[in-house]
Design a protein around this ligand. Structure first.
Ligand code: ADP
Length: 257
């Protein structure tokens, strides 16, 4: 049972009063469990073909090196990167499904956030054709963090911006240093999020229910994983949004040194 409301303590002339709603969330719990089971099964099933794919891409990569054709080399390297990314996402999903909460292992190292934003820019240029994405220049920003996981968060924000804003509208990506934080933001001119949904979008399986979203696919797990990753880095994550105007998703992690 979940209770939301306010408790007025007892006074001399009246007993304690609870004003609010009490909901039976058994069904919601069962529903969440079914989703976790499903994600667990799907991730597990995807793992073995992905392992084979990884092997084939590696073979191709070796062959490409012999041909010394820069285009073939470039494409096989990109394919390998995407396969690696998918593997790490599946590992994340499996963690969520298994443990009820993720047990993501961080592999921290020192790197420059500007390089990471640059990598995301290259990837977006190669994969996003529907929206212009402006990457603002980033100064040298040293951090000690897991670069793959931080990139996963940034790419997730960008993919959501693409997914939840009309074709042709601009997306802005920026990274600045502020009060000892490396602060990264992705702004879009999309559908925005209603105030009541804003505190909920980082919750596991939460998806906003709106007529225009009926056809947009998703699990409601991406932002949950982002929050988990950023909090494990001792960082902060959030969103500012105006309905029908757009959203700014941001995260910040400590600058090194
Ligand atoms: P999914 O996209 O799979 O539903 P997420 O966890 O990434 O899962 O996002 C949760 C919800 O937050 C989405 O269903 C969507 O309603 C809302 N959301 C996320 N990003 C944006 C955005 N840029 N603009 C508007 N709504 C968003």
């Amino acid at each position: 049972v979940r209770a939301t409301g306010k408790l007025f303590p007892a006074t001399d002339d009246q007993p304690a009063i609870f004003s609010g709603t009490v909901a039976d969330i058994t069904e919601q719990k069962q529903d969440d469990q079914r989703k976790m089971d499903f994600i667990g099964i799907v991730s597990h099933e995807l793992r073995s073909p992905l392992t084979s794919l990884n092997g084939y891409v590696q073979m191709l990569n070796l062959k490409a090196r012999k041909t010394e054709d820069p285009m073939v080399l470039d494409i096989t390297a990109k394919a390998k990167r995407q396969v690696d990314k998918m593997s790490s996402m599946i590992t994340g999903f499996l963690d969520v499904a298994r443990a009820g909460e993720s047990q993501i292992q961080l592999r921290r190292k020192a790197f420059d956030m500007a390089d990471l934003v640059k990598a995301a820019e290259e990837e977006s240029l190669a994969t996003v054709t529907t929206h212009p994405i402006i990457f603002h220049p980033v100064e040298f920003t040293p951090v000690v963090a897991d670069p793959d996981k931080i990139e996963q968060v940034l790419v997730n924000f960008i993919n959501n911006a693409v997914k939840y804003s009309p074709q042709g509208t601009t997306i802005n990506v920026a990274c600045i240093t502020r009060d000892g934080w490396a602060h990264v933001s992705v702004s879009d001119e999309g559908m925005g999020i209603a105030p009541k949904d804003i505190p909920l979008v980082f919750e596991r399986f939460y998806r906003v229910e709106r007529e225009e979203l009926k056809t947009v696919k998703g699990f409601g797990i991406g932002l949950y994983l982002c929050k988990d990753i950023i909090e494990r880095h001792g960082g902060e994550i959030g969103v500012e949004s105006v309905l029908h105007k757009g959203s700014v998703f941001w995260f910040q992690i400590p600058v090194a040194g």
